[in-house]
Design a protein around this ligand. Sequence first.
Ligand code: NCD
Ligand code: ZN
Length: 345
Amino acid sequence: MTDSLTIRRPDDWHVHLRDGAMLKGVAHHTARQFARAIVMPNLSPPVTTSAAGAAYRERILAALPEGMAFEPLITCYLTDNLDPEEIARGHGEGVFTAAKLYPAHATTGSAHGVTDIANIYSVLERMQAIDMPLLIHGEVTDHEVDIFDREAVFIERILTKVVRDFPQLRIVFEHITTKDAVDFVRDSGPNIAATITPQHLHINRNAMFAGGIRPHAYCLPVAKREFHRLALREAAVSGNPKYFLGTDSAPHSLSAKESACGCAGIFNAPFALESYALVFEEEGALDRLEGFASIHGPNFYKLPLNEGTVTLRKMATPVPESLDCEGTPVSPFHAGEEIGWRFEG
Ligand code: NCD
Ligand code: ZN
């Protein structure tokens, strides 16, 4: 029986660190477990220039406790009329690691997103030429499409076309939630990969309605049917380098979640590795956690693997109902449960 697990220090390839007091309240949770993170740009206003990206990186570093080593990797928020030159400059200056496509109004903070993929074709052309990764929130926004079908329809209507038109572009299909996405990524070329969140490995859509409406189980893309969850688990533990860790940790205050119109987003950063370890343990695949958490991501991004290790110990870890994030209470994923692993550093 394994009672501890030591792996190469991991990275989080998709996280929302927010800004201001919330940034100070949440960034240390991510920095404690991960050496680097791809930080989402859906601030208000969004990060769309190299200067704004560089300033945000400084604010993230300043928000961390003294001496905490962490490298934020900044992303550029794509809008309908972004200049390809600005993106290329930001990438060349080492500010932008990647650019993020939010279809307009698909999710929290996406009001400035792209209204028609045709509007960013010149940007994608340029990104392909400079080998800059494109990160995609893959949901159509058409309200005629059932919310549980929006990812599958995005593959069919948009992603297939982008992959065909930009065959060399490196694409990360973010926070995939369906078997359709698992299959699409597996069957595409090596330049197409995906991140998988802990919540989509743990919960299916019933979690949102267990005995009443459960706002803390609501995120976007929304959790799907059980067979999708099982496909995601199989992909995550498969050892296939196309799938890697991206928490999509997305903190919102308790009051913003517990509301007549609650925000989408699950705050999983405080117990992220524990949560993934539980899944890999349940699947009998603890030996594959390191690939998923620490190796596949850097290889896809063409970045060096981290030095050093982290250790998880097998022991009961109670998760509090809420955590204080610089004065704002936020409910963490697994609130009120006991996870069987503890991150030791
Ligand atoms: C994210 C947020 O709150 O910024 N919410 C979420 O449900 N995942 C936005 C996003 O990544 O969709
Ligand atoms: Zn996200």
